[in-house]
Design a protein. Sequence first.
Length: 257
Amino acid sequence: MSYLKINNNNLISEVIIDRPQALNAMNPDVIAEFLEVIENVISDANTGTIIITGSGDKAFIAGADIKAMQKMNSDEALNYGRAGQRLTVMIESSPKPVIAAVNGFALGGGCELAMACHMRIVSENASFGQPEVKLGLLPGWGGTQRLPKIVGVGNAIELITTGKIINAEESYRIGLANKICSSDQLMFESRKLASTILKNGPKAISSSLRCINAGLMMDIEKGMEIEVEEFSELFRHEERMEGLTAFIEKRDPKFRQ
């Protein structure tokens, strides 16, 4: 049984979690398929940007599958947590920008997956939360690590320790959402952002993502050394010459033929 759908148009690959009857909750089978799909989409030459969203109008991903977790022992939970972490790391490490189009609930693992994406466009009915403590658990797919880096330590601790759910406006205020739009404009705005990114140099984009991700894990001196090395490396590629020449000639660059 397939739990995901993929649409590709104009170098934009849309990955849709298709379990609307379960509010797109993530069980081990969904994660396994998701890992395979994301790996394939990232390596696809016809993909320049990726949009992840949920099927239906109620949920992006309502979280992990609670019924599945109820049956797990400690060892099974460890494997489940590691699988979820592999998925979020794969998304976060993608050399192609990944946009979360959040169309409703993004709770627990859904919030963690959205945070692994590079950007988040959210509908007016979107809501975010890490309510694991209410179940006697904690975020296990990177939530304790990514949330403080995105919204600040104080906001992250409050969200995680209270388990409260915040609306779209609050998520935008604290920096979790990049933009809010109406539900009927969510995919339009997400595709618009993806199309804007696609106008720029693909090697420059992937190098920028690599620098940003590396810099989050080290001190600024080491991060800047990686940055200047990546900057220098781009001068080896024709993409750089096309960009500079187009600027001088006052025309749009043609990075993708």
